[in-house]
Each structure stands twice: as C-alpha cells, then as structure tokens.
Design a protein around this ligand. Structure first.
Ligand SMILES: Nc1nc2c(c(=O)[nH]1)N[C@H]1C(S)=C(S)[C@@H](COP(=O)(O)OP(=O)(O)OC[C@H]3O[C@@H](n4cnc5c(=O)[nH]c(N)nc54)[C@H](O)[C@@H]3O)O[C@H]1N2
Ligand SMILES: Nc1nc2c(c(=O)[nH]1)N[C@H]1C(S)=C(S)[C@@H](COP(=O)(O)OP(=O)(O)OC[C@H]3O[C@@H](n4cnc5c(=O)[nH]c(N)nc54)[C@H](O)[C@@H]3O)O[C@H]1N2
Ligand SMILES: [Mo]
Length: 694
C-alpha cells in the first residue's frame, strides 16, 4: 500500500491489523436522531442522505453542496476514483481538499513552470552528493511527495560515498540531527534565502543556457539580480557568510539537489519558494539528471486532454475570489463560503476521509460553520471531531476490505515501482459507497444492485472513452468496446486499475506489446521493481503549448515583488509531526503507544527564560484568532524566534478510547486569512503568537 517496503514499514502499515481489529473503528452507519448519532442500517442511512440532499438542492440550488477530501483519500484508490463521479453527479465545483493545507503550492509551481501540475521531481538520493533539504523531516514523515523508505540507510550510503546532507529549518528536527550541517532559518524566509543563493550562483556565471529549453530567463534573473538583500541576516536569521558558503557548496558539488516540503509550502510564500527550488536545480544542471531532481514515472496512466493554456485559476471561490488549483479550492475559504449568504452559499457538506475541524485553519470558526449547515454526511473509518458534527456517518472499509494501489504517491518514488494488493476479505468497498452516493445525487433515488452495476459500467465506459480520445496515449483511436471487453475482471474498481496499468508505460496496451496487466501485478504481491528513475524526461513532462519551461510566469514575478515586503515575525508558531500519529489519527492504536504521547509546546531555553517559563510550566499560546493552553518543553534544538507544537490534537472528549492523547488544537491558532497568495494554501507555519506562563 502506501509504502514500497524492503523491510521498512510506515506507521499506517504497522497498524493494519490493529486498525482492522480496533473496536473503535466504525463498522455501521450512524444517523442523527434527536440530536444524537445512533447506529442505523445502510438502507436507513442512504435513504436519509437521499432525502436531505434533495431538500438542500431544492431549497438552495445545485452547487450548494460542497465536498471536503481528506489526506487518506490519496492512499485509497477506490475512494479517490469515486470523487470525480460524485462531483459530476452533485453538479458542484466546490471541492475543498487537505491538499490546500499541504502540497498545493508544489502543484501550482509545476503548472506554472512545466505546464504540468503533477510534474513534481524528487531527489535522486541514490546518486546525489549534496542534498539540501528545506522544511522537511523524512526521518519522521518517511518522506513527503517522495517515497523513500528506510531514509536513514539511504542517508548513510550518501554520507559513506562522501556526500552531505544540509538541512534548513527553524527547528533542528530528527532528520537535521543526522545531517552534516544544519542551518536555522526564520519561518517563511526560504524564498529570501533562495533569492540570495540564486544571486550568488548567477554571480559565479551559472546559467541555464544550452542546458534546458526555457523562456523568460532574462525577466526572471533580472528581477532576482535586482532584488534588495541588504540585511540578509535580519530577514532570514542566517549570516551573509553562511548564505554564501551554502551557495558555493551547491555550485561546487558534482550532483547537488535541493528539496523542500511542508515547511516550504505551509507558509505565505509557498508557491514562490517551490518555484525557486526548481530554479536552483535548473541552474546547477540538476533537474531531470541522474543525481539531481528527477521525475518518477507512474505505471498507472491517466488520460490527458489537449493542453490549451495555463490550467490555474479557471474559477474562483464566491466570497473572496480565491483561485482553483488542480481543480481544488482552498480550505482557507471554506468557513466564509458556508457563513456568507447569497447565491451559491454552501448549505451541505460531504467529508471523505478527513478531519477538517482539527486539520484546517481557524478550527473554532470552522466548527461553528459546520454546525450551521443544513446537512452533512461523512465517510470515515473513525469517529472524529468532524464526523461528530455530521447528520449521517458512513463507515469506510477496513484496510483488508479494499484493494490497494498507490496511484498518487506511486508517482513519487525514489525508484519506479508498482504494487497492488487485492481485498483480503469481503465488505462494502469505499468505491461502492462512492458510486452509491454518486448515483443518489444523479438520480434522486438509492440504487439497487442492478442500478449500481449499471452506474459503474457507465463510469468505466466513460474512462475507456477518455483513454481512446487521448491523442498522446497508447490507446488513442482504439475501439472502446473492444477495450471494454478485454478489461479484467468484469466488475469492480479493479477494472479501472487494469485499464490504467495496461495503458501505462509498462502496460501491455491491450495486446499491442508485452507488458503489465493487473493480473500480473496480482501475481507479484511484493510489487514489481520497474527500475531506476530515468533522466531526460523533460520533453514529455513539459506540457506548455510552446513546449518550453517557463521561467517568468507573471504570478512568480509578482510574488518576487511582494517578497520585498517580507518581515520576519518576533515569535512564531511552527508545526512538527510525531512518529506515533498521522495528522489527527492513528493515535488510538496500541502499536502507536497509546497513552505515552504528549502534545507539548517546544520552546528555546533563552526564549523561555525571557518569558519566565520553566520546563513543564502550563502556558497560554495566543494568536490573532484563538488561544490554547499547553505544557512548555524547553529545548536547545529550536531557534529562539519560534515555538513548535504538533497538530492533530484536540480536547474533544468521548470520541474513542485514546482520550489520554488529547491536547491543544494547533489550528485554533491558525488564521484562515494567512495564506500563500497565488494558491490560497493556508500558512499554518510561522503564525505570530504570544506565549505566557499561566
Ligand atoms: N497545523 C498544522 N495543520 C496541518 C498540518 C500541519 O503540518 N500543521 N498538516 C496538514 C496536512 S500535510 C494534511 S495532509 C492535513 C490532513 O488533513 P485531513 O485529511 O483532514 O485530516 P487527517 O487527520 O489526516 O484525517 C484523516 C481522516 O481519515 C480517516 N481515514 C483514514 N484512512 C481512511 C480510509 O481508508 N477511508 C476513510 N473513509 N477514512 C479514512 C481517519 O480516520 C481520519 O479521521 O492536515 C493539515 N493540517
Ligand atoms: N509520523 C508521521 N508521518 C507523517 C505524517 C504524520 O502526521 N506523522 N503526516 C504525513 C503527511 S500528511 C505529510 S504532508 C508529510 C509531511 O512530511 P515532512 O514535510 O517531511 O514533515 P514535517 O514534519 O511536516 O516537516 C516540516 C518541517 O518544516 C519545518 N518548518 C516549519 N516552518 C518552516 C519554514 O518556514 N521554513 C523551513 N525551511 N522549515 C520550516 C518544521 O520545523 C518541520 O521540521 O508527512 C507524512 N508522514
Ligand atoms: Mo499531508
């Protein structure tokens, strides 16, 4: 599933059996009766969904239903494949996602630069000799937008062959402790640091000339050269000498690569920072080269429509006009879209594998907004702070009841691989639930088995038509009915998988070449190793109509101007992740060390002393939108200008057994109005706060 193992296994993988057996896992639908959620049959729950969705569309019109998609959807093939049919049936574009409190600036930077929002390169850790890592912690996270199991071993190999890891982070995190050098940075200052590095690289004569097909070179480098960087240390917390030395190391390495994650995207300059990271990779001739930043290949193909222009900001949110990115709208706008009256007001919400009340900004306001909805239905495997507000809760499937294929992160491996696991036991798959919800929204009645099978056939036939129409794909011009008849098995989500695998680079293209089919993957349960990442992929990756890399999109030039206003905060809150949890969940499981966890506020000794705070003191943390109490944990591993706390906790009682892992909800402190301008992604890091002893 989410990890290609080689002996390593991630938190979720380790917990599969516990997850399956956890008595707290939801196994039956719940419906609200007299204010309380009580157990109900599937029939009752679905009839209620049908009736209430109809009421909402009659009263408030199409488009008044929004969908929130949580992070685990990316790891659940059937659930994710069900999103498009559901949105189509609901007739809504109001798709809000956890991606907009995560990686969306990366997608936007890639759309702007390559014309391809999914073209996100990963470090070639097997061959690089200098890895510069900004705002990431793979030792705890297992890599993000980068599947890199056993990161520690790979780092050790890198160091053994004389290579170095340099981390740049306001906190000396678990990965930084293994690095060859750690640089403390002020939160949100990464773009400024990158401007300085690029200035220095340009000064040393580095260029993209003759290496890459680009446009806008003069405009981008002109604006970077002219960028005022008089007091770099005041802005970034890094001395001018240290910045120059880092740039010189990058210029001097044979195979340098620079990588940035959550610390670089959950901040106010997320898109610009993500863009500049690839500019450095371009200047050092590292992009799309062995030992640099490479584009992995996903064995599961999805059809693409002809590219006419930039696919960004094609529509906006109603109230604040926030932009669409990759078909997703930012959760920063969700509360106001529910609160603000007028045409298009959101009156009903479907949440899928998510916990926005804890994971999204301005939690208390969002909770109130959810309470004001006319109808809310949630699909989850656990009862959480969000599902407890729903009118209907539908149970997701046990990990053993669903097929697994990692279509999203599978395109981000340190090497190319494919792995498929069939369902081990029968149950209601999430694909079926999604199709049922879609059929309800489309037809206004709960489908019986025959109607559901027909609905599924139509969805699969639609997908086949998409592949046959894709002029760049191997099935272009093929007879759709012939393909439909060749797909195996004859029903279920596996049909989509077989289709995508066989239409992929390693697929058999339905009889046109020797190649992979789903059946072959099923016969190789440990996965198929498809070899090292390939260099020289830019000609297929770049999808701008003029086929060249765009170095000077207007959005980026405007962000560089805006960056001149950057001012570091006095004391800011940043996040961290715990090995025992995955965002707001998995904390319930015994294997995660139930009861042993704590959600403390990490604070530097000097900062604590100045505020008269001792280790273990109860402190109040306040921001412009909220206030929480936490226990102070003094540390030498954090810069004095930040405090750090994990997210995913809350003080809501009675949800599950793991009450002893409750804690302050970080996102009560996060203003929805602090976001990365171009993408609307919330800046959950670098929140200005004050801390005082209680
Ligand atoms: N302050 C702060 N906030 C953050 C972050 C941060 O760094 N700092 N990180 C952000 C990031 S990167 C992310 S991705 C978001 C996550 O935001 P969300 O996705 O909204 O929140 P999660 O806590 O991951 O909740 C996932 C839910 O999915 C359920 N679930 C798990 N597996 C399945 C399944 O197979 N089927 C179904 N139906 N349900 C399932 C779990 O029970 C859980 O309730 O949080 C963001 N919030
Ligand atoms: N155990 C565990 N694993 C997980 C998760 C989990 O909750 N628990 N969540 C999963 C998810 S959804 C994701 S998206 C990934 C995330 O994976 P990563 O991004 O690798 O992990 P984070 O711990 O979020 O690392 C972010 C780092 O950015 C730093 N930082 C904060 N602000 C700034 C800044 O302005 N600049 C810089 N340079 N650094 C900054 C923080 O101190 C932190 O060390 O992890 C995944 N894996
Ligand atoms: Mo995430």
């Amino acid at each position: 599933m989410m990890c290609f193992p080689r002996g390593h296994i991630c938190a979720k993988g380790l917990s599969l059996k516990d997850l399956h057996q956890d008595p707290d896992r939801i196994r039956k639908p719940l419906v609200r009766q007299d204010g309380k959620l009580v157990s109900a049959s599937w029939e009752e729950a679905l009839e209620l969904v049908n009736r209430r969705l109809k009421d909402v569309s009659h009263a408030s019109g199409d488009g008044s239903v929004a969908v929130y998609v949580g992070n685990p959807t990316a790891h659940n093939f059937g659930l994710s494949a069900g999103i498009a049919p559901l949105l189509r049936s609901l007739g809504t574009r109001s798709l809000f996602t956890a991606g907009t409190v995560d990686q969306v600036p990366k997608h936007l930077a890639s759309e702007l630069m390559f014309g391809n929002d999914m073209a996100i390169p990963v470090p070639d850790i097997l061959h690089c000799d200098l890895l510069v890592m900004l705002g990431a912690n793979p030792v705890v996270s297992n890599g993000s937008l980068w599947i890199v199991p056993k990161f520690r071993d790979k780092l050790r190999d890198l160091q053994k062959r004389g290579g170095r890891l340099v981390t740049v982070d306001p906190r000396r995190n678990e990965t930084a402790r293994l690095a060859d050098q750690h640089i403390y940075i002020r939160p949100g200052a990464d773009a400024v640091l990158l401007m300085a590095i690029i200035q220095r690289l340009l000064g040393k004569g580095l260029s993209v000339d003759g290496k890459y097909k680009v446009s806008g070179e003069a405009a981008l480098f002109g604006s970077i050269r002219g960028f005022p960087l008089d007091d770099i240390e005041a802005l970034t917390g890094i001395s001018e000498d240290a910045v120059s030395a880092l740039a010189d190391d990058i210029a001097g390495a044979s195979n340098p690569v620079i990588y940035g994650r959550v610390g670089t995207t959950l901040q106010t300059y997320g898109t610009l920072t993500s863009f500049l990271i690839e500019v450095v990779n371009l200047l050092t001739d590292s992009l799309d080269r062995e030992g640099g930043a490479m584009f992995p290949e996903q064995p599961y193909a999805t059809p693409s429509a002809p590219k006419r222009g930039l696919e960004y900001n094609r529509y906006q949110t109603r109230v604040s006009g926030m932009p669409e990115v990759t078909g997703q709208l930012p959760v920063s706008a969700l509360a106001e879209e529910i609160e603000t009256e007028g045409e298009g007001q959101i009156r009903a919400l479907v949440t899928l594998a998510g916990n926005p009340v804890v994971s999204n900004p301005d939690s208390e306001r969002l909770q109130k907004a959810f309470e004001s909805l006319d109808f809310m239905v949630s699909l989850d495997i656990y009862h959480n702070e969000t599902t407890r507000l729903a009118d209907v809760v539908l149970p997701g499937s046990s990990p053993f009841e669903d097929v697994h294929y990692d279509a999203f992160l599978g395109s981000m491996g340190y090497k190319n691989a494919a792995r498929y696991s069939p369902a081990l036991i029968s149950g209601t798959s999430e694909w079926q639930t999604m199709l049922t919800l879609s059929a309800i929204a489309a037809t206004g009645s709960v489908p019986d088995a025959t109607a559901l099978a027909e609905f599924e056939d139509n969805v699969i036939a639609g997908a086949v038509a998409g592949y046959c129409a894709d002029e760049t794909g191997p099935l272009h011009g093929r007879d759709a009915q012939e393909i439909m008849a060749m797909i195996e098995p004859e029903s279920g989500i596996e049909r989509l998988l077989d289709l995508g695998i066989r239409a992929g680079r390693w697929g058999d293209h339905f009889g046109k070449q020797d190649g992979l089919t789903l059946k072959q993957l099923a016969d190789t349960p440990n996965g198929v190793d498809l070899g090292a990442l390939r260099s020289g992929r830019l000609p297929e990756v770049v999808r701008h109509p003029d086929t060249v890399i765009n170095l000077a999109p207007e959005v980026i030039l405007a962000e560089i101007s805006r960056l001149k206003d950057f001012e570091p905060g006095e004391l800011s809150l940043i996040g961290k992740r715990k090995p025992q949890a995955n965002n707001s969940w998995l904390r319930n499981l015994p294997v995660q060390g139930r009861g042993k966890q704590a959600c403390h506020l990490e604070i530097h000794h000097d900062t604590a002393r100045a505020l008269d705070i001792a280790d273990g003191d109860k402190v109040r943390v306040s921001s412009s939108v909220g206030e929480v109490t936490a226990v102070a944990e003094l540390s030498e591993d954090i810069a004095p200008w930040v405090v750090s706390m994990p997210h995913g906790y809350s003080e809501v009682a009675g949800l599950m057994q793991a009450q002893n892992v409750s804690g302050p909800n970080y996102n009560v402190l996060a203003p929805a109005g602090r976001f990365d301008g171009p993408s609307g992604t919330t800046a959950l890091n670098g929140i200005p706060v004050t801390v005082s002893r209680i």
